[in-house]
Design a protein around this ligand. Structure first.
Ligand SMILES: Nc1ncnc2c1ncn2[C@@H]1O[C@H](COP(=O)(O)OP(=O)(O)OP(=O)(O)O)[C@@H](O)[C@H]1O
Length: 266
C-alpha cells in the first residue's frame, strides 16, 4: 500500500468576522504528516479563532478547511473526532467525574470492548503521568493537573497517528517545567509516528526549538510562514511584538535575548 501523502490538512482563504470586526483575514495554511507546526502571535491576533476554524468548531465567513482533501463539514462527527483532537486553553467540567471517567469521554467515538477502552485510557494516562491516580476525583485537581487529564482525554480520542491531527492551544501555559517538556515529548512522539501536530505557543524559544514550521499571525493576518529560523527574525519580532530582541547561540539551542520594548507601552 502506498504511504499517505504528506499533506493532511489544508485551509484556504479563511476569513472570519464577528459583526463588523475582522478576526481572520485570508489565512492560508497547511499541515503535514509527521511535522510539528506552531502558530505564534500577540494576544488577540486570532490564534484561538483560527484553531476553532481548523477543528471545525467554528465556521469561517469564507474559505474552506479540508482534511485529506474532504471538507470538514462532509465528515461524520465520530469520524472527525477519531482523526483530529483539540485541547483548548481551558476546559470546563463541573461534574464530579474521576480522572479515568474524564479520559473515557475521549473514547466515545469508538465502538469497542471494555478491555480496549481501559487499555486506551491507561495508555493515555501513563503518558501524562496520572495513571496511578486514575480513580481520584477530577474536580479537586490543580489547574495544571486538570490540563494533563484533558490532554490524556484527547490523546485517547485519536486513532491511527498517521491519520491524526493533534491540536493544542497553549498546552504548556499552566504546566511546570517537567510537564512542559513532557508535552513536547508527546507532541514529538505523535509527529514521529506520523501525526500532524499543531500548537499555539507564546514562547518563541520553545517555538524555535520544537517547530518544524511556524505561522505568525498579527491582527488576523499571516505575517510570516516558514521554518522558525527563516521567519522569527529580530525584524519580524520587532514588527509583531514591538520589542528589540536578538537570538543568542547557546550549546544546542538558540535563545531569545529581549532587550526591551521599542517604545514605552502607553
Ligand atoms: N465571538 C467573538 N465575538 C467578538 N470578538 C471575538 C469573538 N471571538 C474572538 N473575538 C476577538 O477576536 C480577537 C482574537 O481572539 P483570539 O482568542 O483568537 O486571539 P488569540 O490570538 O488566541 O489571543 P491570546 O493570545 O490572548 O489567547 C480578540 O480580539 C477577541 O476579542
Amino acid at each position: 500500500m502506498n504511504p499517505p501523502p504528506p499533506e493532511i490538512l489544508r485551509a484556504e482563504g479563511i476569513c472570519m468576522r464577528a459583526g463588523a470586526k475582522p478576526l481572520l483575514r485570508n489565512v492560508d495554511f497547511t499541515l503535514q504528516r509527521g511535522k510539528i507546526h506552531v502558530i505564534v502571535g500577540p494576544n488577540g491576533a486570532g490564534k484561538s479563532t483560527l484553531l476553532r476554524v481548523l477543528t471545525g468548531e467554528a465556521h469561517p465567513t469564507s474559505g474552506s478547511v479540508a482534511l485529506d482533501g474532504r471538507n470538514l463539514a462532509e465528515y461524520e462527527s465520530s469520524d472527525l473526532a477519531r482523526r483530529r483532537a483539540f485541547l483548548p486553553q481551558t476546559s470546563s467540567l463541573t461534574f464530579p467525574f474521576t480522572i479515568r471517567e474524564v479520559v473515557e469521554i475521549g473514547r466515545l467515538p469508538y465502538r469497542e470492548s471494555k478491555v480496549a477502552t481501559t487499555a486506551a485510557i491507561e495508555k493515555a494516562l501513563e503518558k501524562v503521568g496520572l495513571w496511578e491516580r486514575a480513580d481520584e476525583g477530577y474536580l479537586h485537581l490543580s489547574g495544571g493537573e486538570k490540563q494533563r487529564v484533558h490532554l490524556a482525554r484527547i490523546l485517547a480520542q485519536l486513532g491511527q497517528p498517521e491519520n491524526s491531527v493533534l491540536i493544542l492551544d497553549e498546552p504548556t501555559a499552566s504546566l511546570d517545567l517537567t510537564f512542559q517538556h513532557q508535552v513536547f515529548a508527546i507532541a514529538r512522539e505523535w509527529a514521529m509516528n506520523g501525526a500532524a501536530v499543531l500548537l499555539v505557543l507564546h514562547d518563541l524559544n520553545q517555538t524555535m526549538r520544537f517547530a518544524e514550521t511556524v505561522t505568525v499571525l498579527k491582527e488576523g493576518m499571516v505575517t510570516g510562514q516558514g521554518t522558525p529560523s527563516e521567519v522569527l527574525t529580530p525584524e519580524l519580532i520587532q514588527d509583531v511584538y514591538h520589542v528589540n530582541a536578538h537570538w543568542v547561540e547557546s550549546d544546542h539551542h538558540q535563545l531569545l535575548a529581549v532587550d526591551g520594548p521599542t517604545s514605552p507601552l502607553s
